[in-house]
Structure formats: C-alpha cells, structure tokens
Write a protein that binds this ligand. Structure first.
Ligand code: 5AD
Ligand code: SF4
Length: 460
C-alpha cells in the first residue's frame, strides 16, 4: 500500500517572480477541513513554517501562501474543497505570485490529478510530507515549478516538531498516525498510510509543556488511537503516564476502535480522575452481516459486551458513536438493527453519515446500491432517534452539578460562557465574574438534546 511517488516538479508559467521571494509578506493562511487530526496537522504545518520565517494569519487577504488542509472521507468533503478553490482563484487573479496549496488527505488521494483539475493549485502535499513545504515553496518561487510530494511514510510522526498552537484552553495532540484496520468503506488507510506511534516520552513531555503554557485540557488523537504502541507501552500505559505526569490536566482521547478497547484501558480510565469519563466508540452498524461486509472485525454481541464492561467499570461514562447508513446491500432489517443497538446502548451523542463510496476501498467493488431517497429516509430516522435519546439523557441531568473548564464566550450570546463536562457535553452559563480557563462548578437548570444550561455555583 506504500506510495512510491516522490517529489516531482511541473513547470509553472504563471508565477511572476519579483525579488528573490515572491514579493509578498511571509504570511501563511491555512484553512482546515475534516477531522481533529487535520486541525492538529495544521498546527504542525504552522510549526514547520514558523521555523522557516513564516507567520500564520487568519486573514486570507494578507497572506502570500494559502493552504487548504483537506479531507477525503466522503465525496461531499472533497466537493467543498473544489468549490473553495473556485473562490480562491480571485486571490491569484489579483496577484499571481500568491501560492495556493492542497495538503492532507485529498492531496494524497488525488496526487497530481489535482493540478490537472484545478490549475490554480501550485502545491500538493500528502500528510507525511509537511517537512518539505518550505523547500517546495522556495523552489516554486525560484524556478516556478509546481511541487508535488505525496510519499507515505512508515515512520513519520512529527515527534520533534512543536505544533504552533493558538493560546487557549484546549489542545489537540496527535500520538499516532495512520490506520491498519482497512474497514472496507474507509479511505483513511490509503490517504494516511500505516500506523505508527510517537514515543511515550515525547508525548508526556508535550503534555507537560502544554500545562506550563496554561492549557487545561488535552485531547490525544489518532485515527485509531487505542492501537497506540510504542516499545512495551500500549495506549493504557500512555494514558496512565500522561495522567500521572500532569494530574490537574483534563485528558481526552479519540478515536477508538472496538477491537483495541481492552479491559486494561477501561480500568485505567476509571482509575484516574483527570482522564475524562467519555469514550467515542464507533459502531457503524447494528447488523452483523453489514459489520462483516464493512470488515469491522467484531460482532454486535462483542461490541455490546465491551459497552457492558465500560458501563460497569465506569458508571458515569458518556458514550458516543459513528454510524453509517445505506451501506451496500443494507436492508430495512439491517437498518432496524442499527436503530436497536442505538436504543440498547443509549449513546449520549452520535455522528451519523450516509454511506459515500470511495475509490480504492474494498467496498467500492461492492457498489452503491441503496437509493439516495432510502439513505435519506434512514438517516432521518437515525438522527431523530438519537435526538430523542440525547434529549432524555440530558433531561436527567437537571439539578446535577458538574465541574466545567470555561473555554470561551458562547456563540449564542456574548454575555454567556461555554465549557464542557467531563463527559464532553457542552454547557452554557452566565459569566458571573468568571473568565476563560477557570474551573467552576455549575448546576444544570435547563437542557435540550444538544446542550446543557446552568448557573455557576462556585469557582474551584
Ligand atoms: N462513507 C460514509 N461515512 C464514512 N466514514 C468513513 N468512511 C465513510 C464513508 N465512505 C465515517 C465512519 C467513521 C467516520 C470518521 O466517518 O463512521 O467512523
Ligand atoms: Fe477508517 Fe476503520 Fe481506520 Fe477508522 S478504523 S480510520 S473507519 S479504516
């Protein structure tokens, strides 16, 4: 599965050279789509570019380099990027020296095909090639050659790169990259390559540094985070080490695969107060036949057994999941089984998707035989069911008190603040003399399916 393409260059006529650089400010604007891993990668890109004299900007108008960090997981994610590139063309028209790059999963999947489809693009870099950005940019400026770098690596973890994060309360931290699971619907193993983990010591020292920088919460990330493996250490060891190294830091992780969710991991989460009692455990389908076609390597019974163990060992746990509806050959009965598992588990939240066939994957060969209207009907049923479950579960939290780390001003009103419970539920509250970063205890006085509302009882 390893890609064998290395850097190649395509002549670029349209680039006007000015004075050794491209005559513009060294400002970098990165727009990020897709999963949290991509957001973490953007911070790595900013770290690499920062060391080479570029500074990030959130204002596209003042940037000399525009990068789009892309997602390929479903077709509509890619369509959105193409539309965005059409809009971005105007910047290049105004100033042909502006550099436009596609990075991330779409770059890896489509490679030089992106140049053919969108002439506005100067750079195409896959997720394991970000170290080459500065040299490809220099080369582009000097010689006008477009840059392509899409080799996947078995070792790249960017362990030595300090991500350039915005000051804040919550941080992302990638601890492993890639995926070896090859679920039949999923393009990730092809766009992100084989699994590899950062050394435990590197992760622990970054968590300590985040605490020193006054971050209050960190989310350990990986496409398949619980298959983390470094030397003798598994993911439970990594969580334990992080939890002990910085006992006041709230620690989360995502995303887990049921196959790697060990009893040791469940017990570790239960043992440490600063490990959030929240597990995102994608089930994808409630039908064993579909799970087999999806190559998920577990049955409904096995999955439910894990959920039982989690609930027993971590009584206050919050659970969320991913569900795909309309996978190839899914019958009405299969769909009902998905509704059933949702009722049985009583997830606190779910991310629900219509199946989108992806080229290269095993399921691509099976076809896409469920009509769009059927997919739509099924996803509406799934979303409605989850809404009801979330609403009911949240309503039971009325009157309860939670410790919240205040993360910022609420989108709903600038007079309100928001934060999250340990179980990852968003809470909106009055300011009450508090500010971002503070820990407070909040009593819940109103709920709906998506949000909790509360009043601050005291500062902690
Ligand atoms: N179509 C729809 N959803 C998908 N996912 C992954 N691949 C596809 C696809 N081809 C969903 C899965 C996964 C989440 C990140 O995205 O539910 O867990
Ligand atoms: Fe995709 Fe499956 Fe890997 Fe998750 S575990 S990234 S769904 S292949």
């Amino acid at each position: 599965m390893q890609e064998s393409i290395t850097n190649t260059y395509i002549p670029l006529e349209s680039l006007t050279k000015t004075n050794g650089d491209n005559g513009l400010s060294k400002k970098l604007y990165v727009e990020t789509y897709g999963c949290q891993m991509n957001f973490a990668d953007t911070e790595i890109v900013n770290g690499i570019m920062g060391k080479n004299g570029y500074s990030p900007t959130e204002n596209i108008d003042e940037s000399s380099i525009i990068l789009i960090n892309t997602c390929s997981i479903r077709e509509n994610a890619e369509e959105r990027v193409y539309q965005r590139l059409n809009e971005i063309r105007k910047y290049k028209k105004q100033n042909p020296a502006i550099i436009v790059g596609i990075i991330g999963c779409m770059a890896e999947r489509l490679k030089r095909g992106i140049f053919n489809k969108k002439s506005v693009v100067d750079l195409v870099l896959g997720p394991d090639e970000y170290r080459k950005l500065p040299s490809l940019i220099d080369n582009l400026i000097d010689s006008g050659e477009k840059g392509l770098a899409v080799k996947l690596s078995r070792v790249e973890t960017y362990d030595d790169i300090m991500p350039l994060r915005k000051d804040g309360i919550t941080a992302w931290l990638s601890v492993m990259r890639g995926c070896d699971k090859f679920c039949s619907f999923c393009v990730v193993p092809y766009t992100r390559g084989r699994e590899r983990s950062r050394p435990l010591e590197g992760v622990v020292s970054e968590v300590k540094q985040l605490w020193a920088e006054e971050f209050k919460e960190v989310t350990l990330l990986g496409q398949n985070v619980n298959s983390y493996s470094s030397g003798e250490n598994d993911f439970a060891d990594l969580l334990k080490s992080c939890a002990e190294a910085v006992p006041e830091m709230r620690i989360r992780f995502t995303t887990s695969h049921p196959q790697d969710l060990s009893m040791k991991l469940i017990e570790t989460i239960a043992k440490y107060d600063n490990l959030c009692k929240y597990i995102h455990l994608p089930v994808q389908s409630g039908s064993n036949r579909i799970l087999e076609l999806m190559k998920r390597n577990y049955t409904v019974e096995h999955y439910l057994n894990i959920i039982d163990n989690i609930k027993k060992i971590i009584p206050d746990v919050s659970l969320s999941t991913d569900i795909i509806t309309g996978f190839c050959s899914e019958t009405e009965d299969d769909h009902k089984m998905t509704l059933n598992i949702m009722k049985e588990v009583q997830y606190d939240g779910a991310y629900m998707f219509k199946y989108s066939p992806r080229e290269k994957t095993k399921a691509w060969e099976l076809g896409d035989d469920i009509d769009e209207e059927v997919k739509t009907k099924r996803i509406i049923e799934i979303v409605e069911l989850q809404k009801g479950i979330s609403e009911e579960k949240n309503s039971k939290l009325l009157g309860k008190e939670y410790e919240i780390i205040i993360e910022g001003i609420s989108k709903k009103s600038d007079k309100m603040l928001f934060g999250r419970t340990d179980g990852n539920k968003t809470v909106i509250m009055d300011k009450n003399g508090t500010k971002t970063g503070e820990k407070v205890t909040v009593r819940i006085n109103k709920t709906n399916s998506a949000t909790l509302f509360g009043e601050i009882i005291h500062k902690n």
